[in-house]
Design a binder for this molecule. Structure first.
Ligand code: 5AD
Ligand code: FES
Length: 343
């Protein structure tokens, strides 16, 4: 098994069968993590990049079956942040050392292109040296282009799963994988640093799906890859499904690091939710980004994608300090930089 890991480390690619073995078999898992960590350190040293996550709205016109803020969840208490709320988060974040702001939300029609462009320009005016990442779901080419021209630098849009049959089990009929992929290629064409990704252990996922996810990412060549375990949410159709595991997520993080040596790979909040040291373990398995919550305390609990989500604490600056300690505890260091992708 070590020979497959070495091969992946040297060639950044494997056959489908070899990937399947790495994903499913009883391997020397520590050797996999260590190999991924070696590659991560070769390019990024001990640096961990910070992204301040601002959850701008939990209104969503979509109805993804896994997601707690899906439109059919009538128990979700909806909120949206005003422009001023968002600027206040950025002001606070800048003071705390953040040089990237991630504006994430459900697909909420309130945030028209005009509204978004105004927000993007104002943040860029206040903090020209900071990067703005958007994570607002599917929009038209034109919309992505306008927001890019207004100053947005990066866009996160997970493909969630790259096989039609599986995609259809996770999403309502009016959503399509083809559309999602088209959006991702549009974002790249426009010039965004683009991030995609998927959930690990989502309902009906087979190991073969994970191999397809890798194949899709090899075509897309994203700058960032966000993965985390699926975690069930009590008010969704998937309330009774098993959540994904920490172990499988770590395994996939390492496989991704070895396949995409320079990619920006966050140790996600979902990983920190299923295991108390999930994010620290993620960093040791190849991840190099953390995304502390910068949202206003009053709305944190409402951005409820899955059960028991962490970082919904009462103290606004809490996540920043908490992650500083966590990152240090495993021998890495948070840096106050934009943390752009290296080409
Ligand atoms: N468990 C884990 N991740 C989830 N997401 C949405 N719902 C869940 C869930 N139940 C992820 C999706 C989405 C990102 C913002 O959150 O992958 O792209
Ligand atoms: Fe958010 Fe620890 S990082 S509470």
């Amino acid at each position: 098994m070590r020979s497959i890991i070495d091969k992946l480390k040297n060639e950044n690619n494997l056959s489908d069968n070899e990937y399947l073995k790495l994903i499913t078999e009883d391997i020397d898992i520590q050797y996999l993590y260590n190999s991924a960590d070696e590659v991560r350190q070769k390019y990024y040293g001990k640096k961990v990049f910070l992204r301040g996550l601002i959850e701008i709205s939990n209104y969503c016109k979509n109805d993804c079956l896994y997601c707690g803020i899906r439109k059919s969840n009538k128990y979700a208490q909806r909120y949206r942040l005003s422009k001023e709320d968002i600027y206040a988060c950025c002001d606070n974040g800048y003071e705390l050392g953040f040089r990237t702001f991630v504006l994430q939300g459900g697909e909420d029609a309130y945030y028209t292109d005009d509204v978004m462009c105004e927000i993007i320009k104002e943040i860029k005016h206040r903090y020209p040296q900071c990067a703005i990442t958007l994570s607002l779901g599917e929009r038209s080419y034109d919309s992505y282009k306008k927001m890019f021209d207004a100053g947005a630098d990066r866009y996160l849009l997970r493909h969630e799963t790259s096989e039609e049959e599986h995609y259809a089990k996770l999403h309502p009929e009016n959503m399509s994988l083809a559309k999602r992929k088209e959006c991702l290629f549009n974002l790249k064409e426009i010039g965004y640093q683009t991030g995609s990704g998927f959930m690990v252990g989502s309902p009906y996922q087979k190991p073969e799906n994970l191999v397809s996810d890798i194949r899709f990412l090899q075509k897309l060549k994203p700058d960032m890859i966000g993965i985390g375990p699926f975690i069930r949410h009590k008010d969704t159709p998937f309330a009774n499904f098993e959540s994904g595991t920490c172990e499988m997520t770590l395994r996939m993080l390492s496989v991704l690091r070895l396949t995409f040596p320079k990619v920006l790979l966050p140790a996600t909040t979902a990983l920190g939710t299923i295991h108390p040291q999930g994010r620290e373990l993620g960093l040791k398995a190849g991840a190099n980004v953390v995304m502390p919550n910068l949202s206003p305390v009053k709305s944190r609990k409402l951005y409820d994608l899955y059960d028991n989500k962490i970082c919904t604490g009462e103290e606004a600056a809490e996540c920043r300090g908490c992650l500083e300690r966590r990152v240090k505890s495993v021998g890495y260091e948070i840096v106050s930089e934009r943390g752009d992708a290296i080409k």
